[in-house]
Ligand binder design. Sequence first.
Ligand code: ATP
Ligand code: MG
Length: 587
Amino acid sequence: MENEKDVPSSGGGEGQERKLDFIRQMVADDLKTGRWNGAVCTRFPPEPNGYLHIGHAKSINLNYGIAAEFGGRFNLRFDDTNPEKEEQEYVDSIIEDVRWLGADWQDRLFYGSDYFQQMYEWAVELIRKGKAYVCDLTADETREYRGTLTRPGKDSPYRNRSVEENLDLFEQMRKGEFPDGSRTLRAKIDMAHPNLNMRDPIMYRIVHERHHRQGDRWCIYPMYDWAHGFEDSIEGITHSICTLEFENHRPLYDWFIDAVNEGRTDDGSGPWGRKIHHPQQIEFARLNLTYTVMSKRKLLRLVKENYVEGWDDPRMPTVSGMRRRGYSPEAIRNFCKRIGVNKFNSTVEMALLEHCLREDLNKTSARVMAVLRPLKVVIDNYPPDQVEELEAVNNPEDPSAGTRKVPFSRELYIEQEDFMEEPPKKFFRLAPGREVRLRYAYFVTCTSAVKDAEGNVVELHCTYDPATRGGDAPDGRKVKATLHWVSARHACKAEVRLYDNLFTKENPDDVEEGQDFTAHLNPNSLETLRDCFVEPSLTRAKALDRLQFERLGYFCVDPDSTPDALVFNRTVGLRDTWARIQKTQTE
Ligand code: ATP
Ligand code: MG
């Protein structure tokens, strides 16, 4: 199943009745039966050890979407239990990304580390209940004692320490009296349990490391498995949604909460007080995409080893990279809707993501003219000092976007590839003696081509037909091509960055022995063009504005762009490959 291609059911567009996915169905059922007294509370629980990627976006849209659709609450909570890998930079970027994606946590921004004291008290409680013990085995020994899927584990020699001794040792651990790694606190469950996660898992380890929020308050840190379920419990999360790999951790999360609840009652009259909330964990398949990697560890390597220019490099599958590439939150949301949620792991085509992107950009981006590889055109019969302001449509998909004026003059730039001296049969664009339309302007006919010493065409001479102003001939004659152009005198110089897939292989992890995923990095994933020209209206464009360069694709204004040094990133080309891929897959 791992690499099976996910072909989402066709249709699925907006406005169509869709069956609830299995998680929403569960939430709807719970509301009907009153299981959580009408409450729906979800969360997104990132560990601040990297930037968010499109897989996280799927989780955010799912969790926030459910809360929003069912009138519930959505929390943003940092699962910041590991001081060794976590940084404020990651916290800040995650907050920015979740907000940009449109998920609203209102005033519920939480940190798992704020619950350290409470978790510590529950750990002490488990020691008192005889359900946890301090173990002196080294990491290697612990692994050795753990056994394997086919071989049961062995009890630790420290497993039967008295409650008093355990309490005393755990207290000393907390006070910093032992070196890193010398002792752990473990749950006393079952060393022969078929589920390895249940073989006396570690709850606390000793790490003398400063925490990004707690400073030096702690030198014992909770393990993810011990902490995670309690974080959800404390926040009253009803539906604790996570990815499939945590399915076999669920019995452990349940065990931890049940262990705390032993001796507790709903009304608080039990010897240990009131029961704590027990969330329902639900697992779904994580998102994988072709031609990219999604593990934070690998993304971190790409950044640290300078394969890319940073976490927000437009080639990265990170939310910040996609934003810089020109993705809109809507496009990402529509993609998430399209792929839905399910229970088996699969890999989604990058072409589907780009299809959703084009769908959104087609509706929303302003059309402008830009020339990436310029070829000068002189219109010999156009008055040298004349400038006309021609009316151009901003977005044919959206009449409310109106029109703008584009200057036209005697010297223009067109795209080099729109001219061929000796055109083959199917080439309908400009060639000697041929007439074409310049978009929104006139019909022009090529009269001659000027070449440099090496024989490259460096300039064209044309004539124009003044009667075709606006782009139509009154005598009804037709041309087979319409070219985009910019006025040489008015155009602004720009740098344009063309991006392609970061990897050349659908599955970059599919490598030969001795290689890793970096073996499949695409050496041509970035091409920088420095001599482009764009129409003058673009000096007013703001960072991250999304545009369609007519005939060339969708582009956005790079955040580093300034009116004097314009920089554009190509978001995606115009040609959609999704329909073709979908066809071959369903055949
Ligand atoms: P790791 O835990 O290895 O650092 P992670 O990708 O699981 O990496 P978290 O910060 O723990 O990172 O993830 C936060 C949430 O995002 C989790 O609830 C996780 O289930 C979800 N998530 C992570 N990756 C994906 C993915 N590819 N598809 C869907 N959800 C994901
Ligand atoms: Mg995780």
